[in-house]
Design a protein around this ligand. Structure first.
Ligand code: NDP
Length: 344
């Protein structure tokens, strides 16, 4: 059972050497009995097929500082969202052959002691890997954040950063379906091209080529921004604050530009919150889990009708996971970053 092990707490941007590939002990493809291993009542053994690389995982690489999710345990297998196939089950709700999605390990096979955290995937013609992206946690973040936090109205001017990524690409497309004017920022010209020509954004720009983010936003939003869906924090948030319209909304989804900094840069333009009566709200997708069934129904239907598209960046093999994860911090991923461990 090949595994990716988290070596120890880090500072700064993650590197591949923070993780290591290990050949674990021979893995019995059977749920152990209670005598063999504690807590195995109702457990599952799964074969991991697709693993998700997500920016929030960086937060788990630092010693606990009051986050919403506990840190990884040094020397243990990295945990993350995945799509897996049940191999053995001691649980009446799951049978061998079922496909499931939820928290699993960065390894070929995992023993899942709390299968109630997993969702069963109903067989359909959608690729299984989409359940860690478009139809998984990132897609749900876009759906819940856009509908529940942004208070969107038809005709609103919406800006989204990290726009071609897992969350951003769906935010922009949902906003277009809602009748908003949508501009996205991304870190390469290739991504800008995808935003404009594949994902249907009205405009997009490469923020790395802009010397003045404030001026860039003024160029794309001469009348100002109603909604800023913030995936990055830092200087882009600061520039967005000065370009918001009165009664604008800022959804604070993520801080990928600040996550690895021990001294995050300051935000200087907060007074705009007062002068323009802006509502700025941080959120966690997990606050809205009651909307999950509606999300699946809506997004599957949009996808099948061709109203939205989905861009996935698939790396092959468990060995490729550390480099792919590290790549999130230089924008190497084009679309949702997924690791294919096995096809079935
Ligand atoms: P992405 O697929 O967008 O991948 C991360 C992207 O961030 C990179 O491709 C890169 O794109 C961009 N990036 C990396 N470093 C920087 C930087 N220093 N400045 C600006 N952009 C940078 O990730 P996700 O879509 O999965 O996540 C997007 C955000 O949403 C993250 O901040 C994440 O933490 C957050 N999130 C929040 C959730 C919640 O419940 N609140 C749930 C899920 C995600 P580029 O080439 O454009 O720079």
């Amino acid at each position: 059972n090949k595994q990716i092990i988290f070596k120890g707490y880090i500072e700064g941007i993650p590197t591949e050497s923070d993780m290591e590939l290990k050949l674990g002990n021979k893995f019995k493809l059977k749920v152990p009995s209670e005598e063999e291993e504690e807590g195995c009542n109702g457990a599952l053994v799964v074969k991991n097929l697709y693993l998700s690389c997500d920016p929030y995982m960086r937060g788990r690489m630092r010693h606990f500082f009051g986050s919403y999710i506990p840190p990884f345990v040094p020397g243990s297998v990295i945990e993350g969202f995945g799509v897996s196939k049940v191999v053995d089950s001691d649980n009446p709700n799951f049978k061998p052959g079922d496909f499931v999605t939820g928290m699993t390990g960065w390894e070929e096979y995992s023993l899942i002691k709390k299968p109630e955290q997993l969702r069963k995937i109903q067989p359909n013609d959608i690729p299984l890997s989409y359940y860690v992206g478009l139809l998984g946690m990132p897609g749900f973040t876009a759906y819940a954040g856009f509908h529940e936090v942004c208070a969107p109205k038809k005709g609103d001017y919406l800006f989204v950063s990290a726009a071609s990524g897992a969350v951003g690409q769906l935010v922009g497309q949902l906003a277009k379906l809602h009748g908003c004017y949508v501009v996205g920022s991304a870190g390469t010209d290739q991504k800008v091209d995808l935003l404009k020509n594949k994902l249907g954004f009205d405009e997009a720009f490469n923020y790395k080529k802009e010397t003045d983010l404030d001026a860039a936003l003024k160029r794309f939003f001469p009348k100002g921004i109603d909604i800023y869906f913030d995936n990055v924090g830092g200087p882009m948030l600061d520039a967005a604050l000065t370009n918001m319209r009165i009664h604008g909304r800022i959804a604070i989804c993520g801080m990928v530009s600040e996550q690895s900094l021990s001294n995050p840069c300051g935000i200087y333009n907060m007074f705009n919150l007062i002068s323009k009566r802006i509502r700025m709200q941080g959120f966690l997708q997990s606050d809205f889990l009651h909307l999950y069934p509606q999300f699946l129904e809506d997004v599957i239907s949009y996808y099948k009708q061709g109203k939205i598209v989905y861009i996935e960046d698939m790396n092959e093999g468990l060995e490729s996971a550390p480099a792919a994860f590290v790549g999130l911090y230089s924008g190497k991923n084009v679309g949702k970053q997924v690791i294919c461990v096995a096809r079935e």
